[in-house]
Design a protein around this ligand. Structure first.
Ligand SMILES: [Zn+2]
Length: 180
């Protein structure tokens, strides 16, 4: 399911330049769920892939001018139809969490995996996204057993003053039930 280089077998690979090495590859112990949509609230384009690979065209939308040089990434994106796109191998550090803290430990990027759902804080996620997220999460928990159900969280909980994703519409009860 996940190979030794840290790639998920069913994902479409779109390598990002925005990553670096983890200081300890045996320290992968947290899964962080996010959301993103570009432009905000619009689904179905390739803009997220472009953003995470540094190829977003700043002239296509006023918001893109603001963000196109941010240089951020996530390990994976789950699109509205359940397709998984992978930007950074899990063995490397993606730049998704920013200033953050989980259970008293800061710098969550060092020891976490970041998964983006194409979406917003206000629109229900699709059934395909829940199914794909659950499958990917199960594969990650097998490959990286320090990731346990209590160590799956949302960006809004590790950076509560800055972030609101994946939002109150994300159904944690449904998601956790799919992990059993
Ligand atoms: Zn986020």
């Amino acid at each position: 399911m996940i190979d030794n280089q840290g790639w998920y077998h069913t994902a479409r690979k779109v390598p990002s330049p925005y990553f670096d090495e983890r200081s300890d590859v045996n320290d992968i112990s947290l899964l962080v769920v996010h959301n993103i949509s570009l432009p905000p609230g619009q689904f179905g384009s390739d803009h997220i892939e472009q953003f995470f690979t540094g190829k977003l065209n700043p002239d296509e939308h006023p918001f893109f001018k603001v963000i196109h040089k941010m240089g951020v990434s996530a390990h994976c994106l789950i699109k509205r139809n359940g397709e998984v796109v992978q930007f950074v191998p899990f063995t490397a550090r993606a730049w998704h969490a920013g200033q953050s803290s989980f259970a008293g430990r800061e710098r969550c990027n060092d020891y976490s995996i970041g998964i983006e759902l194409e979406g917003t804080d206000y629109v229900a996620y699709t059934e395909e996204q829940y199914q794909a997220l659950a499958k990917l999460s199960q594969a990650l928990m097998i490959m990286y057993p320090q990731i346990t159900v209590p160590r799956i969280t949302g960006h809004q909980y590790i950076a509560p003053m800055r972030k609101t994703d994946p939002g109150l519409v994300f159904d944690w009860i449904k998601y956790r039930a799919l992990l059993d």
